[in-house]
Design a protein around this ligand. Structure first.
Ligand code: TRH
Length: 392
């Protein structure tokens, strides 16, 4: 083992192509910050859509993308064509199989000690993930080997992003009732009914929303729904007989109060999840954050053309519901399937609402079990250390 080659901390380089929405940059920005924070590592993040970055990271908005900026210890760079000639990092991560610039690949191949080249894949709870995690894929032409790194829920996968100190920050927020109340008041949420349900609603378009909002409006328990600006807002507006809704608006319908929130930075979104008793989340990153929030949640899975998402949904349900009392598991699975197009969410709601106390205990237990395992950055760092040691 060439200790000199691996003794110093590697410089990390992450490439992010924004396909749609916020998950691609959401995961990359979180990973980059966590790497930089964890041991002061040098991290450079290339993103092709500076506007998407600016939604999650408002400090990037005022920056000239051509110049880039350092934020939270991360060198943020706009990924444009043509790509400049640069010395690559010792670890190069392409997120979600985005294609690295040819000039950069060439530069990687020309280094004496080749960088560890990682394809960070999408998260899935499916069993096949463990078999593919860590697999090598030699470049057809260049002297480079790419490795697949699959996040996942099992020990033999890449794990989940859980930055250092996250759960302690969550607990401090939760313990401090005054802080939570002030956080809510700053968003116009005051005088919450003591027996009410406070939920956040982050979702894709949802055609079945109107009857569910009616069920909340007419239900036995007051519901306050906090809806960040986004794709579901059009359906919310239509369901409430409005042509549109904007951040800051508040609508009352029977026992339902609905408040539209501005899209916040990632830390603000965590606080929203921590403040609520039930979180509707979507895609990948918010789905994971809801699990660290340790409250009941509902997943709107990213729909795929070949319906591959149905298998992903079922795989997660099977894993997540193991050990849950059968009635609560059935209520959760029925509501989640309905929320994802297989059934009527309004019809599935009463049983789901009745199961919430059991789901609350389960969410805490699920989070504790996940938190007892190593996180994605720990596993990634270890993987890269061994790869560099083997190469050196
Ligand atoms: O936005 P998403 O649907 O993202 C994705 C993409 O569609 C991607 O192409 C797909 O492959 C992937 O899902 C599975 O959902 P996600 O992953 O939850 O990303 C949302 C990000 O936005 C997450 O990092 C949390 C953040 N966010 C904020 O920072 N502030 C907010 O107010 C809200 C509502 C979210």
């Amino acid at each position: 083992m060439n200790v000199d080659a691996i003794a110093c901390r590697p410089r990390w380089e992450i490439f992010c192509q924004v396909v749609d929405n916020f998950g691609d940059i959401g995961v990359c920005w979180r990973l980059a910050r966590d790497l930089a924070l964890r041991d002061g590592a040098a991290v450079r993040l290339w993103v092709d859509d500076w506007g998407a970055l600016g939604r999650l990271c408002p400090a990037a908005r005022d920056v000239d993308p051509a110049r880039g900026v350092e934020l939270a210890g991360v060198q943020l760079r706009h990924w444009r064509t043509p790509f400049p000639a640069l010395t690559p990092g010792e670890v190069v991560i392409e997120a979600f199989a985005c294609e690295l610039p040819a000039i950069h690949l060439q530069a990687m191949a020309e280094l004496t000690v080749k960088p560890v080249w990682i394809n960070l894949e999408y998260l899935s709870a499916e069993d096949w993930v463990a078999g593919c995690h860590g697999l090598a894929s030699p470049h057809p032409r260049l002297a480079l080997v790419k490795h697949f790194f699959f996040p996942g829920f099992a020990d033999d996968t890449g794990g989940l992003l859980r930055e250092a100190g996250l759960l302690a920050r969550r607990d401090a927020f939760r313990r401090d009732g005054a802080r939570r109340a002030a956080w809510l008041a700053a968003r116009g949420v005051v005088d919450l009914p003591p027996d009410g349900l406070l939920l956040s609603l982050f979702a894709y378009e949802q055609p079945a929303l109107a009857p569910l909002l009616q069920a909340w409006a007419a239900g036995p328990r007051p519901v306050t729904a906090l809806v960040p600006e986004g794709r579901v807002l059009g359906d919310v507006a239509r369901a409430l007989g409005r042509s549109q809704l904007a951040a800051g608006e508040r609508v009352e319908l029977g026992r339902l109060v609905l408040v539209v929130l501005p899209f916040s930075d990632q830390d603000g979104y965590d606080e929203l999840l921590w403040a609520c008793n039930l979180n509707f989340v979507r895609g990948e990153d918010s789905f994971v954050r809801a699990q660290w929030a340790a409250q009941p949640f509902v997943w709107h899975i990213y729909p795929q053309a070949d319906a591959a998402h149905c298998d992903k949904l079922e795989a997660f349900l099977a894993r997540h519901c193991a050990g849950l009392a059968p009635a609560a598991a059935e209520a959760l699975a029925r509501f989640w399937r309905a929320w994802n197009g297989d059934g009527d969410p309004a019809a599935a709601w009463p049983a789901f609402a009745a199961a919430l106390p059991a789901l609350e205990a389960h969410a805490a237990d699920w989070c504790a079990r996940l938190a007892a395992t190593s996180d994605l950055v720990e596993r990634l760092t270890k993987f890269c250390f061994h790869s560099r040691a083997a190469a050196g």
